[in-house]
Design a binder for this molecule. Structure first.
Ligand code: GTP
Ligand code: MG
Length: 458
């Protein structure tokens, strides 16, 4: 809900009782014209009914003529309702499909779904509630801007919250110093030094939190790793080693694996979708060909390719080219996603080329090193993440980006010698974005929003 375009008179509806099977469910509506609108769906006479008196009747879909429920409804006329505006409460039978049908009917009839806390919010703006009940109001305001709606808030780890609060206190301190300069522009009050170290700290810290989204996403969605390489290189043997079970058929016949196999594994707590694939070689067999085509497709889609080579055999052209490209060494700037696995080191003839990891799928040698390299690869883009402060929702990331861009604007404005009120405005944006992440809004924020967007008390 966008509070700038907020219309406190439009019609809202929501289930007021718990979303569960019950004897009676109460649907609450509010807004100008609610009584007339519900009356059009109701067999009883709500429009002529006395305020706050129950009326019996059937709820009917006027399009199909279907009766949805036999209910009691209560009209509330302004200002004698919870919200202070015209309202109707519907007492229906408490079956969830039934309630859903009535709500759908209301939504088709000029009502919209109320946001969390919106009825109470309207009660507040209509003077039905004491402004000093700060705690309640704070909750209402936060849900109004979508914060309480987001379960992401619950997931917010303490570490993230602590960091955000730290940024907020820096920004608040800066705002206070700007305010002094604004209040006494002509006095000889010496302007406090510009907060360049604070700005640098915020810029770096915010960026690091934004970067942590990558890590959060990895934990949430997992990493796709595909084992690939020529036939008989030992892909299936490695697959089984990762799984710690005999899942994939291993044999010394070339082309054993034809269709790919997949399994979820955990790599130090990170969910990984691991694929064993058909060995890469030229084949006239249409089934094997199709398997190889699918392997190539998987290689395209994987985050990491474990390119398995047989160290006891001559290298193929493709293998030579891959080694020569340096893409797989992990150091290359090209950002190759291959990790070279120099398998069969127990019987291998040559040492591993640079960047390749020497392992044996039979003895298990080198396996822990391989796991370590994989972890490094997974987190290679996230080296700037500090500690355990990791965000995992896009909403948080976008708000952090908004805060960062605000800080950058303040920084720029300072460098360009712009007036303090410009700085203060940009800083306000920063505080707003940070506040939305943690769901905290200070009482002055509340007043600010109230008076600026609703003209209450003018
Ligand atoms: N000595 C030794 N033998 C291995 C090793 N890894 C695999 N092998 C053997 O190599 C042969 C092929 O292994 P697989 O795991 O089936 O190879 P693959 O890459 O899955 O082969 P395809 O499915 O045909 O593409 C089997 O006989 C394995 O026992 C290893 O590290 N050392
Ligand atoms: Mg295989």
């Amino acid at each position: 809900m966008n509070h700038e375009n907020y219309d406190p008179d439009d019609r809202i509806a929501a289930l007021a009782t718990a979303w569960a099977e019950s004897a009676i469910a109460v649907i609450r509506t509010s807004g100008e014209g609610s009584i007339e609108a519900v009356n059009g769906l109701f067999s009883g006479d709500l429009a002529g009914g006395e305020s706050r008196k129950m009326v019996y009747g059937m709820i009917r879909d006027p399009e199909s003529g279907d009766a949805l429920d036999e209910i009691m409804a209560v009209p509330f006329r302004t200002p004698g309702s919870y919200t202070g505006q015209e309202s109707v409460e519907l007492y229906c039978h408490g079956s969830l499909p039934g309630v859903q049908k009535i709500l759908q009917l209301l939504f088709r009839s000029g009502f919209r779904q109320a946001s969390p806390g919106e009825f109470t919010f309207r009660a507040f703006i209509n003077g039905k509630m004491d402004l000093t009940r700060a705690e309640a109001v704070q909750e209402i305001i936060s849900s109004k801007s979508g914060k309480a709606q987001s379960m992401a808030l619950n997931r917010l780890s303490g570490a993230v919250e602590k960091r955000i609060n730290h940024f907020k206190s820096i920004a608040t301190g800066m705002a206070a110093s700007f305010a002094i300069q604004l209040d006494y522009p002509d006095d000889e009050v010496e302007a406090p030094p510009m907060p360049s170290s604070e700005i640098a700290e915020m810029k770096e810290g915010l960026q690091s939190l934004i970067d942590s989204y990558q890590v959060g996403k990895i934990y949430q969605e997992g990493v796709i790793i595909a084992l690939a390489g020529r036939t008989n290189a030992g892909k299936s043997s490695l697959f089984n080693l990762f799984l710690k079970e005999d899942r994939s058929i291993v044999s010394d016949i070339h082309g054993t694996t034809r269709d790919y196999l997949e399994s979820w594994i955990s790599l130090s707590g990170i969910p990984v979708r691991l694929y064993d694939t058909a060995g890469l070689r030229r084949s006239d067999d249409p089934i094997e060909e199709e398997g190889i085509r699918r392997t190539r497709e998987l290689m395209d889609n994987a985050h990491i390719i474990l390119y398995v080579m047989d160290s006891s055999e001559e290298l193929t052209e493709e293998e030579e080219a891959l080694i020569a490209s340096g893409k797989a060494s992990g150091k290359a700037a090209e950002g190759g996603k291959e990790v070279l696995v120099w398998n069969k080191c127990d019987i291998g003839k040559t040492a591993a080329p640079e960047g390749a990891i020497s392992v044996s799928a039979v003895t298990g040698e080198g396996f822990s090193e391989l796991e370590k390299v994989l972890m490094d690869r997974i987190f290679k883009d996230s080296s700037r993440v500090e500690g355990d402060a990791v965000i995992d929702s896009l909403r948080q990331k976008e708000l952090l980006e908004r805060a960062l861009s605000g800080v950058e604007k303040v920084d720029e404005a300072i460098h360009n010698g712009l007036p303090v009120d410009v700085l203060a405005m940009d800083l306000h944006d920063v505080l707003q974005a940070l506040g939305e992440i943690t769901g905290e809004v200070s009482s002055s924020d509340i007043l600010d929003r109230m008076f600026s967007s609703f003209c209450v008390g003018k």
